[in-house]
Design a protein around this ligand. Structure first.
Ligand code: GDP
Ligand code: IMO
Ligand code: MG
Length: 429
């Protein structure tokens, strides 16, 4: 019937996994469309935490089918580990997870090349998750890559060796020691396991058949808009299109099939890795947000940089994605703040602008803030948006007006059930 897209509007880790998990029963299919195990999507259900890297966040429910789309890059070792962990928790995966034959494979040498490239960049490193993402997408666009469907080929090992030889040649250009023997053994074991699962499909046909039979799909993004390869803070970005158009490429779905674009944003802002962050709070306020919000990477455990909400960046993200509604997460993290700041525009060399400058990496940006009175209340007891503290409602009303986009969901804790809806939200699903 239609596709809704759910994606991050900031620099990743907005809480996409939690919202997908909540909405999943409303859809027939949940489909990841880009990124790979650089993602870490956290679900907290009945007090138990699950972090998904490659498996879509609909897997915890009985109903939807979960698809890993062609736009995703797959590390067989991580994926098998994830599947085993889920099965050990009693979550059935067989018959509920299907993988596009066209999804590209992350090879052990991709991880070596990622690490070698980062080491060579020194201070200017991207801060990659070292999961081999960039070298894998480079091989995809360079038309050298191996795809999931290739694991079914009788000469898979020959194809593997051919590309490995290229990688060894490339690696010689770096002053970087490595040994992939052990990783390779584990990698081939994982490939064998995935082959035995018998769940590789032509996902573009699967998804379009589902649509023509009246089914609904939720496309799950990874990373965030400001990490998009084209529109993010290049080169401090990831290597895929994280924006809504990436869902069309990454799943083989036409734009005419898309209905809602649900943008996820934190009530403040975080970033992990290098690159510009105009509203960063490199001080005790930022540290306080980090501690209360537990802002440590779900994939690498690194400290996330914290700052106030950046509305020029959010407006940019809303424009690029065609966001129709926003889910705001982690409002509870700001419960105890006397005042809350929202950056409404940037001042660059004495000129105010709401646009993201091309030279954002070098520009001297002074964020201009509007202050809001903190609500100073625990949000735990609230179950509807209508009853929320007046000061929080004032903050949300300002954001909706400024962003010209409704905030239809408000997340007030990591747990699945800590999610409040505004009436208009009932159009989703
Ligand atoms: P994702 O990559 O966008 O799925 O987000 P992550 O899982 O990497 O990071 C979000 C973190 O915030 C996780 O630890 C979530 O459990 C947690 N979280 C999600 N929503 C909320 C919320 O509303 N309040 C709080 N306090 N934590 C939340
Ligand atoms: P989710 O889906 C936050 C960041 C890395 C680094 C840059 C490039 O959990 O929101 P890469 O490994 O992709 O080459 O790293 O992108 N990054 C993320 N930051 N959340 C993510 O995913 C991220 N995936 C990559 O920290 O700065
Ligand atoms: Mg994450």
């Amino acid at each position: 019937m239609y596709v809704d897209i759910l994606l991050g509007l900031q620099w990743g880790d907005e809480g996409k996994g939690k919202i997908v998990d909540y909405l999943a029963p409303q859809y027939d299919v949940i489909a990841r469309f880009q990124g790979g195990p650089n993602a870490g999507h956290t679900l907290v259900i009945g007090g138990e935490k699950t972090i998904l890297h490659t498996v879509p966040s609909g897997i915890m429910h009985g109903k939807p089918v979960n698809i890993i789309g062609n736009g995703v890059v797959i590390d067989p070792v991580t994926l098998v580990h994830e599947i085993t962990t889920l099965e050990n928790k009693g979550i059935p995966v067989k018959g509920r997870l299907f993988i596009s034959k066209k999804a590209h494979l992350i090879l052990p040498m991709h991880k070596v090349l990622d690490a070698a490239s980062e080491a060579a960049k020194g201070q200017g490193k991207i801060g990659s998750t070292l999961r081999g993402i960039s070298p894998t997408y480079m091989d995809k666009t360079g038309r050298n890559g191996l795809r999931m469907g290739d694991i079914l080929s009788p000469d898979f090992k020959v194809q593997y060796q051919r590309i490995k030889d290229k990688h060894l040649h490339l690696a010689r250009q770096y002053d970087f020691e490595f040994n992939v023997t052990e990783d390779e053994t584990k990698w081939f074991e994982a490939v064998e396991i995935l082959r035995s699962h018998n769940n590789l499909i032509d996902s573009e046909y699967y998804l379009n058949d589902a649509l023509s039979k009246g089914k609904t799909i939720l496309a799950e993004g990874a990373q965030g808009t400001m990490l998009d390869i084209d529109f993010g803070t290049y080169p401090y970005v990831t290597s895929s299109n994280t924006i809504s158009s990436g869902a069309c490429n990454g799943l083989g779905i036409a734009p005419t099939k898309v209905k809602e674009v649900i943008g996820i944003a934190k009530a403040y802002c975080t970033r992990v890795g290098g690159g510009p962050f105009p509203t960063e709070l490199d001080n005790e306020v930022g540290e306080r947000i980090r501690q209360i919000g537990f802002e440590f990477g779900a994939t690498t455990g690194r400290k996330r940089r914290c700052g106030w909400i950046d509305l020029p960046a959010l407006k940019y993200a809303i424009m690029l994605n065609g966001v129709t509604q926003i889910a705001m997460t982690k409002a509870d993290v700001l419960n105890d703040f006397d005042s809350i700041e929202a950056c409404t525009h940037y001042n660059i060399n004495g000129t105010d602008t709401e646009n993201i400058p091309y030279d954002i990496n070098e520009a001297k940006i002074d964020p201009v803030y509007k202050s809001f009175k903190g609500w100073k209340q625990d949000l735990g007891p609230y179950s509807t948006v209508g009853e929320l503290p007046t000061d929080l409602k004032a903050y949300l009303t300002f954001l909706e007006g400024h962003l010209h986009t409704p905030i239809t969901m408000l997340s007030t804790g990591p747990e699945r059930e800590k999610l409040l809806f505004k009436n208009s939200m009932e159009v989703v699903g």
